[in-house]
Structures are given as structure tokens and as C-alpha cells.
Write a protein of this length. Structure first.
Length: 553
């Protein structure tokens, strides 16, 4: 069992914006952050993250909690699993009530990586390949490059180090063949590139064959710790320069990144054998950098650049594309000494929107009117995904490429024709909610409030008032109150007294109207309550705040 002290120490390290922002894209909204809720379908963002309160809440579906709760819900993990995942991400060692669990899982990856690195030193073929590609000794050390031997040697090493075979399978170092019921190494006779999380923990490996295996590159499989659609190779090395330069260079391969770093482009990273995806966006938002896509000029490279450019332009990123021609890539240019030319290429990129429009039109025969019309339709469909300002700005560019009048390029925002999501309007009594929020944020005032009111005084929010008294802050109804900045808590005794007087006056005026309309009580009983309610109102208006025991209801 994880000790409570270590749980509290871990939580103290967590920042809810950083944790949630690594899963979904958050946008600043005043003092908070907003996003479409990841737990239900919606068009208008109702998911709010509060950095000051370190919680999140969805005003649409009611989901809410802290960083740990989010990881539990998003990753479908139980509480201990979520804690362990967060601890691994933040390089934090949890404490356990028994010693058997005190070894962090990342230790296995570190041990295996050290072994791979030692094997590379004695493998002349692997070292020769790296030297021929132009990689320096210093880069081999910086990026932790190693070498994986045959399968049996890897398995025997894991056993000799008393490492857990099941853990090695879970972390993706080994695989398991269900039919043969045996383990095997996933990386065989390959140069190894360790892959790190954003904070520097090793979470996976990439391997490049040097003995002719069918797949040139392989990566670790998806694990609870490794998601290639959320990670970028060498991001932990590049992060500081990305923030400093406000620019990030994204390439297609490990060697491109390593060679670019050697040449001084230390803000370079790479996708992990996959195209840039929406899951990368939260990571790319950090530091608000300009994004440069540096891709090969072959068919696959251009297709990947097109997909990435659409994604980044729709997401509002600034930046552009560099396409390498004649079979070259960034690594080749660095090796050939073309660093100045590379620097110029990165300074003068083709903007994302221009690149997308050019790539769309490139597949159509613009001399054929029907094909030209089809190209225009596809291009305008893309422009509809952008802001109205950008649509209008790029209409003349598209018209020029098509050789037609800009008036013929008609772009209507498709969102105008869509029925917008309207959140159900739930009545909120601000007096009642203000008192409830005061109890939640300033529990030292509970006795003062309970001296004069109880749940029966609440017309709309008596249940929430009861929950607040029970301190059930994880209840979605209370989270909605905590996160709603329009609800103000009372911060001192004088304000509380004044608000309670006003609240009670309205309460007794409401009760007075109710008793006047009653037909099921006698005249004498009705007259009694009318006198009492009027008396209470008169006392309150004179500033006399009496206790619930003395109030005549």
C-alpha cells in the first residue's frame, strides 16, 4: 500500500494545468483554463481547470476532481495505478508500507539502457555506422545511444540482474508469444535510441537495424507509460531552447534530431514513427513556440507534412514547412556541412496555409475547368476550418493560384449553419450560492452562519448547503460552485452579517406570501403567522440578527 505521506508529497508536486494539459489542449480563459470536455461530447467548452484551486470541473456532465482523479478517469486506472503513473511522470519515488513495492518501475528501463550503452562500446559495426552518419561521441553520450543484441542474450541479462520478466513485458522491453508461451526481446541487433517522457524518464526505445531486418525502425509498443502519439523524441533535451527561442523544429527521425543538435539547432525534436496528431497539440502549446515542420520531399514526407499543416493551422499555430529535396534530409545536410543553408531554410519557411493550398491544388489539372472547380471546392472546404479573418485573407491567394476572380471563391463558415450546443439553463440563486461558497472556502464562518439559518431556509440549494456542511467538496454540485467565478464568497464577519440579514428578509417575505395564500389553515393560525413573520422582518430591517432558536417560523 502507498503511504499517505508520499501521496501528499506527490500531490504537492502536481500542477493540475500541467497534468491535464499533457492530455488535452487547454486555452486560457481569465484566471482559469477551458476546453471541450474529454468525458462527453460537446461543441461549446464547459470543462474548466482552475490553477488556483488545483481542480477541474465540467459544467456540462459534472465530471470533476484533482490531478489524480483526472488521470484515473482519462486513463481508466484505479487510484494506486494513477498515483504510480503520475509518480513516474514526475520522477517521484512513492513510499509503500511494505518494501516490495519501493523500487520504481523506471529503474528497469534505466538498467536496460545502461546495458545497451555498454554493448554499443564493444560493437564496432554499430559504432562505425554511427560515425559514418556523422554522429559525434559527445552526441552518443548525450542521447544515450546503445545497442541491443540477440533475443536470448537480452532475456538472460534480465534474469541475471534479478529483474522482473513481467515488468519487462509491461514496459515493452520484452514481448510474449501466446502460442509458444515464451518471452522474446522486442529489440534484436539494433542501434537503440532511448525515448524519454517530457521530464526525462526513460519510457521506451526506438531501434534501427544494422543487420538487414525487414523493418528498418521499430519502437516500443504502447504501454501505460509510453504513448507515441503524445511524445516527441528529445523533447526533454530541447525544452529549454524551445521556450527560449519560441520556436520548435519537428523532424521525422532520430538521426535528424541528433545531427541538428550537433549543428546548434537544439530546439529540434521528432515524431516517433507516426504522423503529428491532435494528441501532440498540448505538448506543442507549451512555451507558445513557432512550429517548423522539416520533412522529406518524398511522397510519404509530403503527405505527413500536409496532414500536420492542416492540424497546426486549424489549431492556430504560427509557423511553416520546410521540404527537403533531392533525397536529402536534415541529417545529410549537417553531415555535408550545409549548416548555413539549413539555417536559412528554417528562417524562410512556407506558411502552413499556403502549403496546404498548394498541396491540394497540386493533384488537380488546373487547365481542365472541371478539375479546377473540384480543386477550388476542396481548397475552400479547408479554408472553412479556419477563422473568418484567415478565410478572407487567403481568398485572394487561392483565386490567384486558380487564375480566377476572388469573388468566385465563396467561403461560408460552416459553423454558422450548425446548431450550436446550448447548455441547459439551471436556475441559480446567488444569495444561497454565495453562502454555500463561503462555507466551502472559509469554514471558520460555519458556526456564525448556522446560528441563524439551516437547510430549510434554502429555496433552491438546500441539498448543496447540506453537502457543504458535510465538506463533500468532491461532489460535482459543490465543484460547480467552487469553480464558478460569478459566485462570490463572503470574506469577513461584517459582510456575512449583512448578507444574512438580507437573505432572511427575503426568506420571511417569501414565507409571508405563502401563508397569505394558504386555504387549509384557520383564520387565527394564519393571522398568528402573519404577525410573527412581519415581526421578524421588522427586527431584521433594524439590524437585529437573532438565532434560529429565537426565530418564529
Amino acid at each position: 500500500m502507498i503511504t499517505q505521506d508520499s501521496i501528499e508529497a506527490l500531490k504537492a508536486r502536481l500542477d493540475v494545468v500541467d497534468v491535464i494539459g499533457s492530455y488535452i489542449e487547454l486555452k486560457k480563459a481569465g484566471t482559469n483554463f477551458k476546453a471541450p470536455c474529454p468525458f462527453h461530447d460537446e461543441k461549446s467548452p464547459s470543462f474548466v481547470v482552475s490553477p488556483s484551486k488545483q481542480i477541474y470541473h465540467c459544467f456540462g456532465c459534472g465530471a470533476g476532481g484533482d490531478s489524480v482523479k483526472f488521470v484515473m478517469e482519462y486513463e481508466k486506472l484505479n487510484y494506486p495505478e494513477a498515483l504510480e503513473k503520475l509518480a513516474d511522470s514526475y520522477n517521484f519515488t512513492l513510499g509503500y508500507t511494505t518494501n516490495t513495492n519501493n523500487k520504481p518501475k523506471s529503474q528497469l528501463m534505466d538498467i536496460i539502457n545502461r546495458w545497451y550503452k555498454n554493448l554499443l562500446i564493444s560493437n564496432k559495426i554499430a559504432l562505425q555506422y554511427l560515425y559514418e552518419r556523422g554522429i559525434y561521441e559527445s552526441s552518443i553520450e548525450k542521447f544515450g545511444i546503445g545497442y541491443a543484441p540477440d533475443s536470448n542474450m537480452t532475456i538472460n541479462y534480465i534474469k541475471s540482474q534479478m529483474l522482473n520478466i513481467s515488468e519487462a513485458i509491461e514496459m515493452g522491453v520484452l514481448g510474449y508469444n501466446e502460442e509458444r508461451q515464451n518471452s522474446y526481446a522486442r529489440f534484436i541487433e539494433r542501434i537503440i535510441f532511448p525515448i524519454h517522457s517530457t521530464n526525462g524518464s526513460i519510457v521506451g526505445f526506438g531501434g534501427r537495424t544494422i543487420t538487414g531486418h525487414q523493418a528498418k525502425y521499430v519502437n516500443s509498443p504502447e504501454t501505460p507509460y509510453f504513448n507515441k502519439s503524445r511524445l516527441l523524441y528529445a523533447y526533454h533535451h530541447a525544452r529549454q531552447d524551445i521556450y527560449k527561442r519560441k520556436e520548435i523544429i519537428i523532424t521525422e527521425g532520430y538521426l535528424d534530431v541528433i545531427m541538428l543538435h550537433q549543428a546548434g539547432f537544439t530546439n529540434a525534436v521528432a515524431t516517433l514513427g507516426t504522423a503529428l496528431t491532435g494528441e501532440h497539440i498540448p505538448l506543442l502549446r507549451k512555451g507558445e513556440p513557432k512550429v517548423i515542420m522539416a520533412y522529406d520531399g518524398d511522397k510519404a514526407g509530403r503527405a505527413a507534412a500536409l496532414k500536420a499543416s492542416k492540424l497546426l493551422s486549424i489549431s492556430g499555430f504560427d509557423g511553416g514547412v520546410v521540404i527537403f529535396q533531392d533525397g536529402l534530409d536534415p541529417a545529410d545536410m549537417v553531415k555535408n556541412g550545409d549548416v548555413e543553408e539549413l539555417s536559412k531554410m528554417f528562417r524562410v519557411t512556407q506558411p502552413f496555409i499556403e502549403f496546404v493550398l498548394e498541396e491540394i491544388l497540386a493533384v488537380y489539372n488546373l487547365k481542365d475547368p472541371k478539375a479546377k472547380e473540384a480543386g477550388m471546392n476542396e481548397a475552400t472546404a479547408y479554408l472553412k476550418t479556419l477563422s473568418t479573418f484567415l478565410q478572407e485573407s487567403y481568398k485572394p491567394y487561392l483565386a490567384s493560384r486558380l487564375g480566377i476572380s476572388p469573388s468566385l471563391v465563396r467561403v461560408k463558415n460552416s459553423q454558422n449553419n450548425q446548431q450550436q450546443f446550448v447548455q441547459k439553463n439551471i436556475y441559480k440563486d446567488m444569495w444561497e450560492l454565495s453562502i454555500i461558497k463561503t462555507i466551502l472556502e472559509y469554514p471558520q464562518f460555519i458556526d456564525q452562519i448556522l446560528d441563524v439559518i439551516d437547510p430549510i431556509f434554502f429555496q433552491f440549494h438546500s441539498f448543496e448547503f447540506t453537502l457543504a456542511l458535510e465538506n463533500k467538496k468532491d461532489d460535482p454540485r459543490l465543484m460547480a460552485i467552487i469553480m464558478d467565478d460569478s459566485i462570490k464568497a463572503l470574506t469577513n464577519e461584517e459582510d456575512i452579517r449583512a448578507e444574512l440579514i438580507t437573505f432572511l428578509i427575503h426568506y420571511f417575505e417569501r414565507e409571508l406570501k405563502t401563508v397569505n395564500m394558504k386555504v387549509d389553515i384557520s383564520f387565527e393560525e394564519k393571522a398568528f403567522y402573519i404577525r410573527k413573520f412581519r415581526g421578524n422582518i421588522a427586527n431584521l430591517k433594524r439590524g437585529e440578527l437573532v438565532t434560529t432558536k429565537d426565530l418564529n417560523r
